[in-house]
Write a new protein. Structure first.
Length: 255
């Protein structure tokens, strides 16, 4: 058995050539899992079932699962991103529309989690806590327990006809890079201030060779190489490595 993030699974299986028949179960959590990575792993470990799990810091543990049997032929018709699946014990997954009512099958909405296994909130951030951890309005207040809350994930998703939740992106600018949360607006602000950019069109997650990296597109007033090197040195001292773009694209005018 092994527990991996999708990025770790890619690294371990990328250049592997020896099969692993003794591997029976592989649990993936922390980021979206791609079908190609499951196919690659099951080619190396033909007896391995893959379990894709979803969770967040706020839920303290994984809250959903989707199981792929060994050497599954179902992957032929599976979409490129493996579903988050169904809620685990004591967890209810909901997909709600803008009116905060349940979406129908295949209708896109925001994903909410209902569970007693959630954090109390964000330390020292009462407004953020109130915005994300909501009392369960589907239960009358008179009979509702204080711990009966819904966590507003910010993830966009839908229910498939099989009942599994499919994740389809974010409502905000948060992305995941190798399992780490990255808020793009924070990076935007840093780059604009430090690089004195006339305009930052977008700092976005781009996929290069199966790895997600940050690529800012900038409009700049001054000499670029000197400022970019200065920014790199400053960022290396003050930011985690996954928050700093690996390269940049400088545009003089908007096309």
């Amino acid at each position: 058995m092994t527990v991996l993030t999708p990025a770790m699974g890619q690294l371990l299986s990328a250049d592997a050539s020896v099969t692993i028949p003794s591997l029976k179960s592989a649990f993936f959590v922390g980021d979206v899992l791609a079908k190609r990575d499951v196919i690659r792993l099951q080619q190396l470990a033909p007896n391995c079932q893959v379990i894709n799990m979803m969770g967040s810091t706020e839920t303290q543990r994984s809250v959903s699962y989707f199981t792929i049997p060994p050497s599954s032929t179902n992957l032929v018709n599976q979409k490129e991103i493996i579903p988050a699946g169904k809620g685990m014990k004591d967890v209810q997954l909901l997909v709600l529309n803008k009116l905060m009512q349940p979406c129908g099958i295949s209708e896109v909405g925001e994903l909410f989690m209902r569970s007693h296994h959630m954090a109390l909130g964000y330390l020292g951030l009462p407004e953020e806590t109130a915005a994300k951890f909501l009392p369960n309005w589907f239960i009358p207040e008179a009979t509702r327990k204080p711990t009966d809350r819904l966590y507003k994930t910010g993830d966009v998703g839908r229910f498939s006809p099989s009942g599994a939740v499919e994740c389809m992106g974010r409502l905000d600018d948060q992305i995941k890079i190798r399992g780490f949360r990255v808020e793009l607006r924070e990076i935007d602000t840093f780059l604009i201030q430090h690089l004195q950019c006339a305009r930052l069109l977008r700092c976005f997650g781009a996929i290069f060779l199966k790895n997600i990296n940050l690529l800012p597109i900038l409009f700049h007033r001054q000499e670029w190489p000197t400022l970019w090197m200065s920014c790199a040195r400053t960022c290396a001292r003050s930011c985690p490595c996954m928050l700093f773009p690996v390269s940049s694209s400088l545009w003089r005018v908007f096309p």
